[in-house]
Design a protein around this ligand. Structure first.
Ligand code: MG
Length: 261
């Protein structure tokens, strides 16, 4: 038996395992063969919109078996960051969750009971927010961004799950969370703390989940500016696939200026 090069994989989802509802050819086979070889698997996605259980259902629909504890979303990374900054006894309703259900789910998971923009009274919250977590949500409304902006202007810690400029869909790229975060940044003059890939905080959490040292893990992704840059910064070996955002002639897009956590 040959000694294997890695003991675990950090696998990105969109553009690596699937594109929307469509499976990427060979991904399911590759993942199941890695499992047979005894590798630990962690699916790490910058897409904050979904809960881990919904990500598992999505994976199953493209032929990949997984458990919720094998999924790490950028919402979970953001929730952990909020707790690391503000402590775990944050009063109920003092954190604003902007984005899909994955954002509020992740906060609840760490014991922070968030408020949604739709729950804010027309004359504003009774107490100022201590933090805003902003992630992607396909149902997000412009008024949700208003609430994010008001909270940021009032001094709340502003945490963006990620700043991916685009999101791959079967019909092509659409504006991603980075575009929506940029709207709030433009409208407030503030700069968010970004915690998802490529920030080291996300990779530290991933390695902790896997229980493996960086050099024994291979990160697989389709974006240079998130998956690959982040892995390199965290000393995790990385493999780029050309089934998603990156084409052989891709140039790096300009990045939103952000401060690291
Ligand atoms: Mg991707």
């Amino acid at each position: 038996m040959t000694e294997r090069a890695f003991d675990g994989l950090i696998i990105d989802l969109d553009g690596v395992v699937y594109t929307g509802a469509l499976p990427i050819e060979g991904a399911a086979e590759g993942i199941s063969s890695a499992r047979e070889d005894g590798l630990k698997i962690l699916f790490m996605t910058n897409n904050a919109a979904k809960k881990p259980a919904d990500v598992v259902a999505h994976l199953e629909s493209v032929g990949v078996a997984a458990t919720p504890d094998e999924v790490l979303t950028s919402s979970q990374v953001a929730a952990a960051y909020v707790v690391s900054e503000l402590g775990d006894d944050i009063e109920q309703g003092r954190v604003l969750a902007v984005g899909g259900p994955g954002v509020s789910y992740a906060l609840n998971e760490v014991g922070v009971s968030p408020m949604l923009p739709s729950q804010i009274a027309s004359d504003g919250p009774s107490q100022p927010f201590v933090a805003v977590v902003q992630g992607y949500g396909p149902e997000l409304r412009v008024t949700d961004l208003h609430e994010a902006g008001l909270a940021v202007n009032a001094g709340a810690l502003w945490v963006a799950t990620n700043t991916d400029a685009t999101l791959p869909t079967p019909r092509g790229m659409v504006p991603g969370n980075g575009a929506l975060v940029a709207a709030v940044a433009h409208g407030t003059g503030a700069t968010p703390v970004v915690v998802g890939k490529p920030q080291p905080f996300a990779y530290e959490m991933a390695l902790k989940r896997l229980g493996l040292p960086a050099e024994r893990v291979l990160a697989i992704g389709d974006r240079l500016d998130t998956d690959i840059d982040g892995a390199i910064a965290a000393n995790v070996p990385a493999a780029l696939v050309l089934t998603g955002s990156t084409r052989p002639r891709t140039r790096r897009p300009g990045l939103l200026k952000t401060s690291p956590p």
